[in-house]
Design a protein around this ligand. Structure first.
Ligand code: GLU
Length: 547
């Protein structure tokens, strides 16, 4: 039996590769356009590491007027979870990463679900068998296990190659007999590589990497007729005309296999760009390790939605870790957006990127500082409706007041950066909502100082008036403080501290503590302007009682 006859015998109804080569014609795109993809297994929700990959791939495609598509790699049913692919699409959409073609979107190069491409893979497997470049293998899992044990014991390379590749030399007639007898089999590549030969590959991110030719007769089709990742990758990225394979660097060791597959299949290999993983410092062990979907809550992209960190802030963070020069560029171009920046592969980190939550928080604070009070109000309301309904009611009740609060020290050269997530609005301004203040059992519990509350009472009841300008307001305070024993200049106070109750700033602090229970707050004048007189009186009484 010839190789061609064997191929026909194994895949009688499978079309010739020329059919697919004809069907999936080259794309007509601008010179330099990057065609790339996100190719997850349908294992459910996207995690930070893969979101980062998808983000970068999308940017690279978009900025070059190329294509970013979504392929679902579901050839390993063991890893699949129900609705896993739908969850991936939803997560990408939440982060505004929208493939222009792919699974559940459509496009000319589909289907984009690998399990629906079985005949396509088999067509190329058939062609390899016909050319003597692939063969059925009947080795059982037990036999393979035995071989591995021997290889381990004799310290030889583990795998199916050379003298270990026993089915490689099976006669076609015997193969046919065994298949006729219903013996289960898989298909392996008949590798042509020589493991002693070293080459250099230029990875778009890693730069020059040395590798040895592959000589393993790797599995290309499993017993269920579906291809392995390696084979599906080669066929799909060829037929879908992927120019750049942007993927996790855990695949770098498989590069020799992929290069050989592309070569034996007669395909032009894409440019590979192996992305370094997102890492984290393990608090327990002190070691740096990969961010883990199982161990780290922050690995889940839903974590950020729960925490109320806006999507654009997370994306700014991804851009910051994605290109080492992004942060500086963004500082210089604060009015521009991520899409105005040109990402390059050579500015991507070569080894693990440390995931830094405090950095993300800072980025989020800067992001919020550039938003308008109305925008923050609306988004905080939307967030609270989902996560904190009772606060949402307060936001709705005090719409104007909340916007005014958010407007304090907004804009200008040095805007406040106290909000980094939606819940911070409540955390920062809770005292301005009577309902929240009343919920506190002992709001002044933390107050340490012995303030002169009698001065405060006199000021509030006889001097303070709403509606004055900030200058007038402050002049009133200074005048009042001066006649009540407070120093109006630092110098006077320093020279003779015993002679005074404190400085004007101490007097202001007392007002601030009464209103906010804390010594630091946004502009006191603005806060007072936003408080009605009844509330002010009530708070004064509470304050007096507490001290
Ligand atoms: N399905 C593979 C993974 O999830 C895709 C790798 C690739 O992008 O080629 O790791």
């Amino acid at each position: 039996m010839t190789n061609q006859e064997l191929a026909q015998y194994l895949f009688p109804d499978i079309k010739d590769v020329s059919y697919y080569e004809e069907k999936y014609r080259d794309r007509t795109l601008e010179e330099g356009a990057i065609v790339t993809r996100f190719a997850p297994s349908p294992t459910g929700s996207v995690h930070m590491g893969s979101l980062y990959q998808a983000f970068m791939a999308n940017q690279m495609a978009k900025q070059s007027h190329g294509v970013f598509f979504l392929r679902i790699e579901d050839t390993d049913h063991k890893r699949e979870v129900e609705n896993g692919a739908a969850a991936i699409l939803r997560d990408l959409k939440d982060f505004d990463i929208v493939p222009s073609e792919g699974f559940s979107i459509g496009g000319e190069y589909g289907p984009y679900l690998q399990s629906e491409r079985k005949e396509i893979y088999q067509s190329y497997i058939k062609s390899l068998i016909a050319r003597g470049l692939a063969y059925p293998c009947f080795c059982s899992a037990e036999e393979m296990d035995e071989v591995r044990k021997i290889q381990e014991a004799t310290k030889e390379r583990i795998g199916y190659y050379g003298r270990w590749a026993t089915c490689r030399s099976l006669d076609n007639d015997e193969i046919r007999k065994r298949i006729d007898a219903k013996e289960p089999y898989i298909i392996r590549l008949r590798s042509q590589g020589d493991f002693t030969k070293k080459h250099i590959y230029h990875d778009a991110i890693k730069g020059d990497v040395e590798y040895f030719e592959n000589d393993m007769d790797i599995v290309i089709m499993k017993s269920d007729g579906l291809p392995t990742y390696h084979f599906a990758h080669a066929v799909d990225d060829h037929l879908m005309h992927t120019t750049h394979v942007i993927r996790g660097d855990e695949w770098l060791p498989s590069l020799p296999i992929h290069l050989e597959l592309f070569q034996l299949l007669g395909f032009q290999a894409p440019q590979y760009a192996h992305i370094a993983p997102v890492m984290k410092l393990d608090e327990e062990t002190g070691n740096i390790r990969k961010l883990s979907k199982r161990k780290d809550p922050e690995a889940s992209v839903h974590y950020y939605q729960e925490m109320g960190i806006p999507v654009p802030a997370v994306k700014l963070y991804l851009a910051t870790i994605g290109n080492t020069n992004f942060e500086e560029w963004y500082l210089e171009h604060p009015e521009q957006s991520i899409d105005d920046f040109t990402f390059t592969f050579d500015k991507m980190p070569v080894s693990g990127t440390l995931f830094d939550v405090s950095k993300l928080e800072n980025i989020a604070k800067v992001y919020f500082s550039k938003r308008t009070a109305e925008q923050i109000y609306e988004e905080t309301l939307a967030y609270s409706l989902q996560h904190d309904p009772s606060f949402a009611l307060l936001l709705q009740k005090y719409r104007e007041k909340t916007i005014a609060l958010l407007n304090i020290e907004r804009g200008g050269d040095r805007p406040r950066k106290d909000i980094g997530a939606y819940p911070d609005v409540k955390k920062e301004f809770w005292y301005m909502y009577e309902e929240l203040f009343d919920q506190k059992e002992n709001p002044y519990q933390e107050v340490q100082k012995n303030y002169h509350v009698e001065d405060l009472e006199e000021y509030i009841t006889t001097i303070y008036q709403k509606g004055k300008t900030q200058e007038e307001w402050f002049q009133d305070i200074k005048d009042f403080a001066a006649v009540h024993g407070y120093a109006t200049s630092r110098k006077d106070y320093k020279a003779n501290p015993e002679a005074y109750k404190g400085q004007v700033s101490d007097f202001c602090e007392m007002i601030r503590v009464m209103i906010t229970t804390q010594t630091i707050s946004p502009n006191l004048y603005d806060l007072m302007e936003l408080m009605d007189s009844d509330t002010l009186q009530k708070r004064l009484q509470l304050f007096q009682k507490a001290l």
